[in-house]
Design a protein around this ligand. Structure first.
Ligand code: NAP
Ligand code: ZN
Ligand code: ZN
Length: 349
């Protein structure tokens, strides 16, 4: 067991505070990673503030982790000390069930282990990436391509894979019309990926503040959901709508934007249940789905796709002591477009 510096949540309303957390000893197939940067995902806030249920305080969140390998267990085969690596939203799964065997560890039938707030195999609670080091089984570690700066790679480990995965699953590409609802951390990656895949991309945002950015990220069209006329104008238009909004939206209004056989995929995860009018589905054979991050193999594919296509998030690097302020800006939809914490600044505390 070793102690590492971390920023930690202790109650739903208190600011995160600096302190230390424990990391397990290196197992035979584990890597010790020196964390360079960790992205700030809206999920960190939902979880730490108890939006989704009881929180095992004290909890260190963060699941967009990048850094370099500092030590390897004796049976590690794929990584060496000094490699540039990433860790996303899960750090373990059974690796035996049908989902794990098909590379969809996030849907492990025995439940995958979340990077924070999950039950680790030694019975302890997992603690996330707002910290200076982490120990992870090599299967759940990704290789960061050399051409992607580490700080820009961090958000790919959650925001990147969570949007890339449904775009691939529902075949976004030339000839398809994709709408992205909400231009935040996930949303801006969805626009970049959908554009790179060749789809015609529309942003649906609460207002027009980020219009120029949206077009720069690759959107062909940009509308505000503030205007009811937009829902009339775009009714029946899209093959795929990716909803990334962290709060409840009117699902029926968004379902009505789908063409026949279109799919609305919810990746945004507000805590409240949402009423759905089944006639909106029946009449045009529309589908409503959800999607959770992506498997390890697909996460590597996404990182390599980013390297190949020159795709990276737009980020703002902050020091660890700015994280509470950054959370408030995320809650105000004011992130442009992902905060990334420079973990070297943790040593100031
Ligand atoms: P984010 O950066 O805060 O982006 C969310 C965007 O939603 C905002 O930028 C804003 O875009 C829009 N929005 C926020 N509040 C709204 C409201 N009241 N009404 C309408 N639009 C609103 O958050 P994120 O990190 O991208 O995460 C988004 C959601 O995805 C969160 O719920 C998170 O927990 C979830 N998530 C799910 C997965 C998964 O595996 N499914 C993975 C990661 C995250 P505009 O200003 O453009 O409207
Ligand atoms: Zn996340
Ligand atoms: Zn499994």
């Amino acid at each position: 067991m070793s102690l590492v510096r971390a920023y930690t949540a202790t109650s739903p309303n208190a600011p995160l505070t600096p302190g230390t957390i424990e990391r397990r000893e290196l197992g035979p197939e584990d890597l010790l990673i020196d964390i360079a940067y960790t992205g700030v995902c809206h999920t960190d806030i939902h979880v730490a503030r108890g939006d989704w249920g009881q929180v095992p305080y004290p909890l260190t969140v963060g699941h967009e982790i990048v850094g370099t390998v500092a030590a390897v267990g004796p049976e590690v085969t794929r990584y060496r000390v000094g490699d540039r690596v990433g860790v996303g939203c899960m750090v373990d799964s059974c690796r035996e069930c049908a989902e794990c065997r098909s590379g969809e560890e996030q849907y492990c039938l025995r439940g995958c282990t979340d990077t924070y707030g999950g039950l680790d195999r030694d019975g302890s609670m997992t603690q996330g990436g707002y910290s200076e080091r982490i120990v992870v089984h090599e299967h759940f570690v990704l290789r960061v391509p050399d051409s992607i700066p580490l700080e820009k790679a961090a958000p790919l480990l959650c925001a990147g894979i969570t949007t890339y995965s449904p775009l691939r699953k529902w075949n976004a590409g030339p000839g398809t019309k994709v709408a992205v609802v909400g231009l935040g951390g996930l949303g801006h990656m969805a626009v970049k990926f959908a554009h790179a895949l060749g789809a015609e991309v529309t942003v649906l945002s609460q207002n027009l503040k980020k219009w120029e950015d949206g077009l720069r990220f690759g959107a062909d069209h940009y509308h505000t959901t503030d205007d009811p006329a937009v829902f009339e104008l775009l009714a029946g238009t899209f093959d795929l709508v990716i909803n990334t909004v962290s709060a409840s939206v009117d699902l029926n209004a968004h379902l009505n934007l789908l063409a026949v056989d279109g799919t609305l995929v919810n990746v945004g995860a507000p805590p409240e249940p949402a009423p759905v009018n089944v006639f909106g589905l029946i009449l045009n054979r529309r589908s409503l789905s959800g999607s959770k991050i992506g498997g390890i193999a697909q996460t590597q594919e996404m990182l390599d796709f980013c390297a190949e296509h020159g795709i990276a998030p737009q980020i703002e690097v902050i020091s660890a002591d700015q994280v509470n302020e950054a959370w408030e800006r995320v809650l105000a939809s004011d992130a442009r477009y992902r905060f990334v914490i420079d973990m070297a600044t943790l040593s100031r505390h």
